[in-house]
Design a protein around this ligand. Structure first.
Ligand SMILES: Nc1ncnc2c1ncn2[C@@H]1O[C@H](COP(=O)(O)OP(=O)(O)OP(=O)(O)O)[C@@H](O)[C@H]1O
Ligand SMILES: [Mg+2]
Length: 320
C-alpha cells in the first residue's frame, strides 16, 4: 500500500444469517482507492454495494478480510483512534430528505458534526458553516431554512456541506445523486468534481447508473452477487469490458433473472461444483455460462495482478 492510498480492502467478506439461512452479502472483495481519486462501485440492487460502504465506514465488522483507511487497518484501532479516523471519512446517502433531520435548520444540520467533535467556538462555527454553504453553492440566506423548504438538489448540497464541514479526506457517496432529476444531478456531480479538485478528496462512489459512474470515476469496480466481477480504469471497463455482465450492463440489456430451470441445461446443472461461492455466479444469465462446463465446475480466480481484472473463464475481447 502506498502512502497515497486512501482505502484498501483485502478479501473483504460479509455474511448475514437470517431466517432463510446464510446470505453472502460480500465475497472476498479487494480494491484500492488512491487519495484524490474516485472509485465507482456499480452493480444491480442487492449486489453488495452498501455492504462495502458499511464495512469501509466501520459500521459493521467484516466476517473475513481487512479494511485499511489512510494506512490504518481499522479492526486494529482502539475506540479513540477509530473516533479520530471518523473525522476523515464521511458519508452522503441517497434520499435528500430522509437523511436530514426535518425539525432542524440548515445551520443546525451543518453544525452537528462540529459540535460532535467540539470544533471551534459558536462564532467561529458560524463562519465555517457559512463558508461551507457557499462552497456547495448555497448562501447565508439558507441558514434558517428547514429541509422541507428546500428542493431535492438543495437538500443534497446541505448533506454534502455537512459531510465536508470537518474537512474529511474521504467521502462515501451511496447513490448520492440517484434521487435527483437529470439536470440537478449534473449540477451536483459537477459540484462534487470541483470540491474533489479543491480539497484533494477521495470518493467511493456507489451507483447503479453507469452514465454517472463514467462521468465521475477514475476507476470502476463492477459488482455481481457480492463479488467484484471486473475492475479497472474507466477506459478499460467501458471500452474493453471483459466480463459478460459488464458488457450487458453497458449495453443496457434487460437484466431480469431468467427461470433457472428452463434456461440452465441439465448437463451443466448436474456437474460437481467445487465450492458454490467460488464458481461463476453469473453463469445462469450468461450466454457463454449456459453452455460451458467450466463456468460451473472450475474455481474462478482473478486473471492478473494488473489494474484491469476480471472473474471470467471466457473473457470478451472486443472494443465497444
Ligand atoms: N443486515 C442485513 N441482514 C441480512 N441481509 C442483509 C443485510 N444487509 C444486506 N443484506 C443482504 O446482502 C445483500 C447485499 O445488500 P446491499 O444492501 O449491500 O446491496 P446493494 O448493492 O447496496 O443494493 P441496492 O442497490 O438495492 O442498494 C442483499 O442480498 C441484502 O439482502
Ligand atoms: Mg445499497
Amino acid at each position: 500500500m502506498s502512502a497515497q492510498t486512501a482505502i484498501q480492502t483485502t478479501d473483504l467478506t460479509k455474511t448475514y444469517s437470517g431466517a432463510r439461512g446464510e446470505v453472502i452479502a460480500l465475497n472476498k472483495a479487494s480494491f484500492t482507492v488512491e487519495q484524490g481519486k474516485t472509485l465507482a462501485l456499480v452493480g444491480e440492487s442487492g449486489s453488495g454495494k452498501t455492504t462495502v460502504a458499511r464495512l469501509v465506514l466501520g459500521l459493521v465488522p467484516p466476517t473475513d478480510g481487512e479494511v485499511s483507511i489512510l494506512g490504518q487497518e481499522i479492526s486494529k484501532l482502539k475506540e479513540r483512534e477509530m473516533r479520530s479516523l471518523r473525522r476523515d471519512i464521511q458519508v452522503v446517502q441517497q434520499n435528500p430528505y430522509s437523511q436530514l433531520n426535518r425539525r432542524h435548520t440548515v445551520k443546525r444540520i451543518v453544525e452537528t458534526p462540529l459540535k460532535a467533535f467540539k470544533e471551534g467556538k459558536p462564532a467561529e462555527r458560524n463562519d465555517r458553516i457559512v463558508e461551507m454553504l457557499e462552497a456547495v453553492g448555497l448562501d447565508a440566506a439558507y441558514l434558517r431554512r428547514r429541509p422541507h423548504e428546500l428542493s431535492g438538489g438543495q437538500c443534497q448540497r446541505v448533506a454534502i456541506a455537512r459531510a465536508l464541514v470537518l474537512n474529511p479526506k474521504i467521502l462515501i457517496l451511496d447513490e448520492a445523486v440517484s434521487a435527483l432529476d437529470v439536470s440537478v444531478r449534473a449540477q451536483v456531480l459537477n459540484l462534487l468534481k470541483s470540491l474533489q479538485r479543491e480539497r484533494n478528496l477521495t470518493y467511493l462512489f456507489i451507483t447503479h447508473d453507469l452514465g454517472v459512474a463514467r462521468y465521475i470515476a477514475d476507476d470502476i469496480a463492477v459488482m455481481f452477487r457480492g463479488k467484484i466481477v471486473e475492475k479497472g480504469s474507466r477506459e478499460e471497463v467501458f471500452e474493453i469490458p471483459k466480463h459478460h455482465y459488464t458488457k450487458n450492463l453497458i449495453s443496457s440489456v434487460p437484466l431480469a433473472e431468467p427461470q433457472e430451470k428452463s434456461t440452465k441445461p441439465k448437463t451443466i446443472a448436474n456437474l460437481p461444483n467445487p465450492n458454490p461461492s467460488d464458481a461463476c455466479a453469473y453463469r445462469s444469465r450468461c450466454e457463454r455460462g449456459q453452455v460451458e462446463t467450466e463456468c460451473v465446475s472450475k474455481v474462478l480466480v482473478p486473471n492478473s495482478n494488473k489494474s484491469h481484472q476480471w472473474l471470467c473463464h471466457f473473457p470478451l475481447n472486443e472494443r465497444i
